[in-house]
Write a protein that binds this ligand. Structure first.
Ligand code: URP
Ligand code: ZN
Ligand code: ZN
Ligand code: ZN
Length: 485
């Protein structure tokens, strides 16, 4: 009814402020923030923090990949999101090589009809040609302003440097942002072949095939190519110091470059591959692989200093049966792990409860920074009058033990199995609908809507300087030497 829902007695926590206030929600939006608000429905937020709902900028729901489909679709995936306090996901529309962008977008439009929370898409550029160039304008016009490039998965999704540069220039001209999966795919293919030839067929060889250097090299390369193209760059799943260091240096030099660590790399390390049976290790095979503690510390430091901007999941879940297609050949283990339901509680437990991050920094990296970078702030990522009522009422004292038996995800295990977390959503609102009520999921299939995003319209610092310096300027010369002398 007209009165709306009031979230009463909590502390509003945003990326820059914490203060006591009630929040009134009407018609899917935040209608008022203040003291003593009334409504016909009251959600008790006493002892809780009222934060912008989490945004996961990196998911793969029902994605065709490595001969199969990722097991969580827009139904189970967005249920998992809401159950964990995430109210929006940004998934990747993935044209198969040769397929048009708009054709792929239609496929993702169809799948996303089941979403329980709002969503948007990034567009992947998996091949290059006139059709891709032309369709990029229409993709941007539909509110998809970020374009992802795979520098790995040779022979499948990988693009070469000439394609990368051409696409980066086009994205820059359209005012969008370029994204990269930064691993040197040629080196990975070479190392993989050698490991297999030497009889290293198990899941641990996956980690050996992708050392931090392949990520550091590709991150540096993408940064430099993006700088020449003048396009802002977003590096997905930054897992190590080598890549983080390149991003730090680029930012210090004035380049618009953002890094995205995953909750998995922040909290799980390479021992998962070595001190474990085949299934345990294979379930954790993803690219980049989990690293050692030194790299983990680097990622946490990056979130603290601001050199890394956001925390994602890269949720791309495969069942044990799917993982087992790689028995005898680690290169056939579908790459990917889950985490949608666990990102917020795990980051709170290992970040805020340990003193590594403030609650405001938690909001910044799980929601607000993402909304700003991707061009949807303050509709998303904010607690402001007029913003979408995507909210999480967070109980910092609530505890649980993560276990696959009670998760929303469709897979039969959880990479965080047995982890005790402290800090859980009590209520979660998706555009005003109370999808988690007192910890119980009550979400609706099809409630989620597509969120069109704005072009940033920004260029990187180097573009003007570079264009100036390299503008064709024929030099008048006399005394041209005779050739062949
Ligand atoms: O191993 C991973 N990360 N799988 C999902 C696809 C990707 O590379 O992001
Ligand atoms: Zn990737
Ligand atoms: Zn991914
Ligand atoms: Zn309802």
């Amino acid at each position: 009814t007209a009165m709306g829902t009031v979230i009463r007695g909590g502390t509003v926590v945003t990326a820059d402020l914490s203060y006591k206030a009630d929040v009134l929600v009407k018609d899917g939006k935040i209608a008022a923030i203040g003291q003593g608000l009334t409504g016909d429905r009251v959600l008790d937020a006493s002892g809780c923090l009222v934060m912008p709902g989490g945004i996961d900028p990196h998911t793969h729901l029902e994605m065709p990949f490595m001969g199969t489909y990722s097991a969580d679709d827009f139904d189970s995936g967005t249920r998992a999101a809401l159950a964990g306090g995430t109210t929006m996901v940004v998934d990747f529309a993935l044209p198969s090589p040769g397929q048009g962008l708009l054709d792929a977008l239609q496929m993702w439009d169809n799948k996303s009809g089941r979403a329980h929370c709002d969503y948007s898409f990034h567009m992947a550029v998996t091949w290059w040609g006139e059709q891709v160039f032309d369709e990029m304008q229409a993709v941007v016009d539909r509110g998809i302003t970020s374009f992802k490039h795979f520098m790995a998965y040779k022979g499948a999704l990988m693009v070469n440097d000439d394609e990368l540069f051409a696409s980066f220039r086009r994205v820059g001209d359209l005012g969008g942002i370029a994204m990269v999966h930064a691993e040197n795919g040629d080196v990975v293919a070479e190392l993989s072949a050698r490991l297999l030839a030497e009889g290293n067929t198990g899941p641990e060889a996956h980690a050996f095939s992708r050392p931090p250097q392949v990520e550091g090299e590709a991150t540096n390369r993408a940064i430099m190519v993006a700088d020449i193209a003048g396009v802002p760059l977003y590096v997905v799943h930054v897992s190590c110091e080598d890549s983080h260091e390149a991003i730090r240096r680029a930012r210090a030099a004035g380049k618009r470059v953002w890094g995205e660590p995953l909750i998995q790399h922040l909290t799980l390390d390479e021992s998962e591959y070595f001190n474990a049976d085949w299934d345990h290790a294979a379930r954790r095979v993803m690219s980049p692989p989990f690293r050692n503690k030194i790299h983990q510390d680097s990622l946490w430091a990056g979130l603290q200093s601001g050199s890394l901007s956001v925390v994602a999941t890269d949720h791309c879940a495969f069942t044990t049966a799917q993982k087992r297609t790689g028995i005898g050949d680690f290169t056939r283990i579908p790459n990917g792990t889950g985490g949608l339901e666990d990102r917020m509680p795990m980051l709170w437990t290992h970040g805020v409860a340990t003193g590594r991050l403030t609650p405001n920094e938690f909001v910044a990296v799980t929601s607000t920074n993402i909304a700003k970078i991707l061009g949807m702030y303050p509709r998303k990522g904010a607690v402001l009058v007029g913003s979408d009522a995507d909210l999480v009422i967070w109980d910092p004292e609530a505890e649980k033990t993560i276990t696959a038996s009670s998760q929303q995800s469709a897979i039969d295990y959880n990479v965080f199995e047995g982890q005790r977390v402290k800090g859980l959503p009590r209520h979660v609102l998706t555009r005003g609908h109370v999808a988690v009520d007192g910890g119980t999921l009550d979400s609706r299939e099809g409630h989620g809507e597509f969120v069109a995003r704005e072009s940033r319209g920004t260029v990187n610092r180097a573009l003007s300087a570079w264009k100036e310096l390299t503008a064709p300027r024929p030099v008048e010369r006399s005394g041209i030497p005779a050739s062949g002398v």
